[in-house]
Design a binder for this molecule. Structure first.
Ligand code: NDP
Ligand code: HSE
Length: 437
């Protein structure tokens, strides 16, 4: 038996506690598989007195995660605190500076500082592993960095936030948005601040990391077009169903002539597509490349145990001495990220309008679309029983849904801008992009 690998775990919450339980429960099996034991020798969290349902015997306590990172009693820091800055960033930097490898599940940290940390790890001869940061238990980082590395990738898209997919699935089952969010929080899926989930930022952080590993570009979380799911109404869920679609919060990165387009938004996907069938907290990532064609991985995207599975996979790599550049190539050779503009995005669009019930309104809308060069696939005035159409004061509003053929974002926004300004519709139009799959 070789020397033990000594771990210091910073953060003993949902994920940290599951990692300790996994390592304690499977300790003997892992030791015989790896030819060396893996021991949690030290830990840090905010509250030493909290009962975490764990045996903390033989685990030294550190109030300060930076002190833990620097401790000579550990070989590897496992950072499971969370957050882009503060204790997470400081402890990861301290460990790498001391030449210790780091395993983290922290996408916010990597989206903000991933390139800097990868460079630091390379300079200090340490490893920085983050499989759990994207897609929970799904091994998407290894798949992109290793298994698919021979391909020239053209597009990747995925359901990267379990909380949003859970909420959208529950809404399809008739549950109201606030109740669905509360359930996701109770199940431990949501971030400490759930607006990160529902406003699409968590997905954007994960997409920024995937884009870097897939396309060899520097991470740029601020260059992503982001729209969350909080504006999705039950009417959109019902209309999607009638039209043969489902609504998913997708993160998409795609090569275009003008650069790499990165976008996060609610998306209509054909109901019979593989990604449409991904329900609940499950995540999925589809990758398209020149030799592989298309491949999709799906699995549990959040929750303590699934995430611990990915964290421990990284720990096992370290115990075996696996060495890879964190972002799939030396940090110095990552290309600056060249952002494609969302206005140039091409695709189909779903539009839902509350049209004023007056002569010529329908024709005016169709004309504005035609002037912008938009070809309509369907325009449907949704039937409601007499007397149940929505009203604004005494005015009757007719709910109309439009599906366009492929067009540009610029054309759709320009037509909608004119339609709104002319007062043919009440309020803002709902606009959901359709992804060609
Ligand atoms: P939790 O909020 O459940 O746990 C955070 C832990 O960090 C707690 O133990 C907390 O201590 C500790 N902590 C907070 N601040 C400090 C500090 N300043 N010093 C020391 N310890 C501190 O988070 P999760 O376990 O859910 O998430 C951890 C990481 O994993 C995050 O980066 C998250 O994004 C990521 N992740 C989470 C998933 C999930 O499903 N939950 C899935 C995939 C990734 P105390 O317990 O004493 O309060
Ligand atoms: N809040 C995240 C989610 C956790 O819901 O997917 C996993 O990163």
């Amino acid at each position: 038996m070789h020397e033990p690998l000594r771990l210091g775990i910073a953060g003993l919450g949902t994920v940290g506690a599951s990692v300790v339980r996994l390592l304690q429960g499977h300790g003997d099996a892992l030791a015989s598989q790896l030819g060396r034991p893996v021991h949690v020798v030290a830990a840090s969290a905010r509250d030493e007195g909290r009962d975490r349902g764990l045996s903390m015997l033989d685990i030294a306590w550190h109030d300060d995660p930076v002190g833990l990172a620097r401790s000579t009693t550990i070989d590897v820091l496992v950072e499971l605190i969370g957050g882009a800055d503060g204790a997470a960033h400081a402890s990861v930097r301290a460990a790498l500076n001391a030449g210790k490898s780091v395993v983290t599940a922290n996408k916010a940290l990597l989206a903000a500082h991933g390139v800097e940390l990868a460079r630091l790890a390379e300079e200090r001869g340490a490893q920085l592993a983050f499989e759990a940061a994207v897609g929970g238990g799904i091994p998407i980082i290894k798949t992109l960095r290793e298994a698919l590395a021979g391909n020239r990738l053209t597009r990747l898209y995925g359901i990267l936030n379990g909380t949003c997919n859970f909420i959208l699935t529950r809404m399809e089952q008739g549950m109201a948005y606030p109740a669905a969010l509360a359930e996701a929080q109770a199940l431990g899926y949501a971030e400490a601040d759930p607006s990160f989930d529902v406003e699409g930022l968590d997905t954007a952080h994960k997409l920024a990391i995937l884009t870097s590993v897939a396309f060899g570009t520097e991470i740029d979380r601020d260059a992503i077009f982001v729209e969350g799911i909080s504006g999705i109404e039950p009417e959109d869920i019902a209309a999607a169903d009638e039209l043969g679609y489902r609504i998913k919060l997708l993160g998409v990165a795609q090569r275009t002539e003008s650069g790499i387009e990165q976008r996060v938004h609610p998306t209509m996907v054909p109901r019979d597509s593989d990604i449409a069938r991904v329900s609940g907290v499950t995540n999925a990532v589809a990758v398209e490349g020149d030799f592989i064609g298309s491949v999709m991985l799906s699995g549990p995207g959040a929750g303590g145990n699934a995430t611990a599975s990915a964290v421990v996979g990284d720990i096992i790599d370290l115990a075996r001495g696996v060495r890879v550049p964190p972002l799939g190539r030396p940090a110095a050779s990552l290309q600056p990220y060249r952002q494609a503009r969302i206005q140039a995005h091409e695709g189909g669009y779903y539009l839902r309008l509350k049209v004023r019930d007056r002569p010529g309104a329908f024709a005016a809308i169709a004309n504005r679309m035609a002037e912008a060069g938009i070809s309509l696939d369907s325009i449907v005035q949704r039937n409601r029983p007499p007397g149940t159409a929505p009203k604004h004061g005494t005015e009757v509003l007719q709910p109309v849904t439009i599906i366009t053929h492929s067009t540009t974002e610029q054309a759709v926004r320009s037509a909608l801008g004119k339609i709104e300004a002319e007062g043919e519709i009440f309020g803002r139009a709902q606009m959901i992009r359709i992804e060609a799959l």
